[in-house]
Design a protein. Sequence first.
Length: 255
Amino acid sequence: MAQARPYYADKGLSAAFYDAVTGADPRLAGDIDIYAGLGATVGSVLELGAGTGRVAFALAALGFSVTGIEIAPAMLAQAETKRAALDPAVAGRVTLRRRDMTALDLKRAFDLVICPYFTLAHVPAGAAWRNTFATAARHLAPGGLAAFHLPLAEVMRLPGPANADLPVMDHVLPGGGRLRLFVRERSFREAVGRLDQLIEYRELDAKGAVRRSTLERLTYYIANPTPLAATAGLVMDRAPVELGGVGEIWVFRKD
Ligand SMILES: C[S@@+](CC[C@H](N)C(=O)[O-])C[C@H]1O[C@@H](n2cnc3c(N)ncnc32)[C@H](O)[C@@H]1O
């Protein structure tokens, strides 16, 4: 097996199978409806860490105009492939750019800023979080909302599976192959709120032979977002919205 690489890197299977994995994960169900419900009208949305466009294209199909920024070329490439298969009217409502959410200034305001599926947790919970909250505030008019989906600390603290050789996901792929995910290592460092995981992605063909496998590093950081958001002038708008038993969507308002 190849050496461990970062999640969403070029040639990694976490990027190649992102839509298959998220589509099969019930713990994400309903997130798009929550973001759509935060927009008073079908206005403009800035998505931080847009990935393969899972959320951006769904919001565009509901009528929102979405600008998605994303740091990983492998994820953006998939989003552009998906765009080509969409209704041109929907595709035309989505703009995607390769940018870093911790240092972004598009010099315009949006009706809503969203940072779905643990994207903020991918960067360290200090200056990088403060800078990302500043990005959100910079792109909102006073009264605008910013939503951040964060993992629950108690779930991050859980130990890995007792048997690392049992897949945590076993998904049937089109054509009869399978995608299996294994947690090879998992450790949480309380002092810095950091979860490190080594995940093996293994793709099998219809006969059960391994076609490809990669070992990928997935790191999440967690902290109380409220004081860091406050430094950017963002205040809590409501109690966090629980999602799938593993995370919460925190909604802040620009004062
Ligand atoms: C879990 S995916 C979420 C993708 C999409 N928002 C969704 O909900 O399906 C997290 C994404 O955030 C991106 N990301 C991580 N750090 C980033 C940064 N500093 N700036 C922009 N994107 C970043 C990753 O490359 C990845 O595509």
